[in-house]
Design a protein around this ligand. Structure first.
Ligand code: PGA
Length: 249
């Protein structure tokens, strides 16, 4: 059985004062063994948030990393550096990074491979635009993005990866994919992994849905057969994040 995961993505939000206050507020409210909970926070807050969450079940993750171990890459942070800080999860290839920072499929793959090398769990994001969906290209886009992202991975690697299906038109828009739409694509992702790696890998890989997940729709989405939880942006900045994590109560 795959364990559910709910990963919060703070993006570039919350001053350290507010981040500290908010983390203290939610830390005792989130207590579950049924769901892996990860908060992906801005780099600068790692130490503080990790300290606050050290005796809780919430893990602290990152939102990006570079694929080189070190070097002349001004402003970047490597997977090796994250691992050394005790980080265990990192979001890779979020659509905002693909769009605003021109991240390519090849870079997404290099980052994911490097994350695995550093024993980090890459949460790899893929998803179609509204235009691509409307023109009936969703499946092709997803197949292509997935194939690129997991290139060079082994059957074992893939069980350590988390795939997040995030339709771009649903991110931050309040327009959530229906549970049927989300399930359809998550099932396609699992099938593609099955075709390439076999049952063991496809049974174990976790596939999340992301895009306007809220406390209202979490249960319906997360209980679909091929959806193993969510990647949550806006709702991870609110006290109601507790209810997204405890969607089953
Ligand atoms: P959202 O963001 O929940 O605010 O739509 C999701 C994401 O960008 O990962």
């Amino acid at each position: 059985m795959r364990k559910k995961m709910v990963a919060g993505n703070w993006k570039m939000n919350l001053s350290s004062t507010i981040a500290e206050k908010f983390t203290r507020e939610i830390k005792d409210k989130i207590d579950t063994d049924a769901v892996d909970v990860v908060m992906c926070v801005p780099f600068v807050h790692f130490n503080m948030i990790s300290e606050i969450l050290k005796d809780t079940k919430i893990k602290v993750g990152a939102q990006n990393m570079h694929y080189a171990d070190e070097g002349a890459y001004t402003g970047e942070i490597s997977g090796r550096m994250l691992a050394a800080m005790g980080v265990k999860h990192v979001i890779i290839g979020h659509s905002e990074r693909r769009e605003y920072f021109r991240e390519t499929d090849t870079e997404v793959n290099l980052k994911a491979l490097k994350a695995l090398q550093n024993n980090l769990t890459p949460i790899i994001c893929i998803g179609e635009t509204s235009k691509q969906r409307k023109s009936g290209r969703t499946f092709n886009i997803i197949r292509k993005q997935l194939a690129f992202a997991i290139d060079e991975m082994s059957a074992e690697d893939i069980t350590k990866v988390v795939i997040a299906y995030e339709p771009i038109w649903a991110i931050g828009t309040g327009e959530t994919a229906t549970s049927e739409q989300a399930e359809e694509v998550c099932a396609l992702i699992r099938k593609q992994i099955n075709t390439r790696f076999g049952n063991w890998s496809s049974d174990n890989v976790r596939i999340l849905y992301g895009g306007s997940v809220t406390e209202e729709n979490a249960k319906e989405l997360f209980t679909m057969p091929n959806i193993d939880g969510g990647l949550v942006g806006g709702a991870s900045l609110k006290p109601s994040f507790e209810n997204v994590v405890h969607y089953d109560r």
